[in-house]
Design a protein around this ligand. Structure first.
Ligand code: AMP
Ligand code: MG
Length: 299
């Protein structure tokens, strides 16, 4: 009885906190992956009752996220050689909500601290280079939060499903990506890879929604239906990317994405937890504070 009361109190005193760290709840365990067994509509760790609470719960993270991001940015400005960086990689099938996450979760912090890159079909120039060339160029600078809307993984996803290169070529990319991510992590970048896991049925609904409103036509791409027709091949390719590139230095998090409100809240939490993990203090003044106070007072 007493125990029950206590746990209720803990919950109430932290109404905006996840019931357990999201970075633990959504971390993809190492080993074989079975995407069909990972619930796309689950809401692990969500402290609210449902959709109605979500905007407030997500917005409640803004002050803390903003403070953490500013510390990161301040460190980047004062000690560029040593300042950490954060890289959020967003992958998922069409309509899974990469754009929604960027707007609603990443939108909670100062845009000046964000380096956003959306990777499209490679341009003519990009095609002249190794597939990691454009990725390297987009890595976040010290003190910055990089966001990849699609990423190096397209080169083992769409490229594999559409057979844009021979099997032997995409097959060796998993190890290459692991080595690349190791190098990025070793240079001081915390990598968070998010797979926005949406169901086949939910994707259909979202495509239909886009066709139901002229305000959403711009989001509709007829090619998405062609990719949808290859759903099993994409799930297989995702399974391999998740399984073969799930390292400690660049872990995968599987975000159940059928409920947009949970997805956005969960990614914001994940970023918050990782920023807290960086243990960022405000940089020391590079000048004599007392002397400067005197100068300003006298000025
Ligand atoms: P969107 O994210 O909706 O703007 O679409 C971007 C498109 O670019 C998607 O269809 C991706 O599959 C495609 N894309 C991204 N990277 C690559 C790549 N390396 N090779 C081929 N297609 C790509
Ligand atoms: Mg699209």
């Amino acid at each position: 009885m007493a125990g029950k009361k206590k746990s209720k109190k803990t919950r109430e005193s932290h109404p905006t906190r996840p019931t357990k760290p999201i970075s633990r709840l959504l971390r993809l365990p190492k080993g074989p992956v079975n995407l069909a067994k990972l619930d796309t509509a689950a809401t692990p760790g969500y402290p609210g009752v449902g959709k109605a609470d979500a905007p407030a719960l997500t917005q409640a993270l803004a002050p803390e996220l903003s403070d953490l991001q500013e510390r990161l940015y301040a460190n980047g400005r004062s000690e560029p050689e040593r300042a950490p960086r954060l890289l959020v990689v967003l992958q998922g099938m069409d309509t899974s909500g990469k754009g929604g996450v960027i707007r609603h979760a990443m939108g909670l912090v100062d845009p000046q601290g964000i380096q956003l890159t959306s990777f499209k079909v490679p341009t003519e120039e990009e095609r002249k280079h190794h597939y990691l060339w454009r990725i390297r160029k987009a890595l976040p600078n010290p003190g910055m939060i990089g966001i990849f809307d699609r990423s190096q993984y397209e080169d083992v996803l769409v490229v594999r499903v559409e057979q844009l290169v021979p099997v032997s070529e995409w097959n060796r990319r998993y190890d290459e990506i692991n080595a690349f991510e190791r190098e990025v992590a070793d240079s001081g970048t915390t990598i968070i890879k998010c797979f926005l896991h949406v169901s086949f049925a939910e994707q259909k609904q979202r495509l239909a929604d886009r066709l139901a409103s002229p305000a959403k036509y711009w989001k509709y791409n007829p090619k998405d239906v062609d990719a949808r027709a290859k759903w099993p091949a994409y799930q297989e390719a995702y399974t391999d990317a998740l399984e073969r590139c799930n390292t400690d230095h660049a872990p995968w998090f599987v975000i159940p994405a059928d409920r947009k409100w949970y997805r956005n809240w969960a990614v914001a939490q994940l970023v918050r937890e990782h920023l807290i993990g960086l243990n960022l203090s405000w940089p020391d003044a590079t000048f004599d504070v007392a002397a400067e106070k005197t100068r300003v007072a006298k000025s």
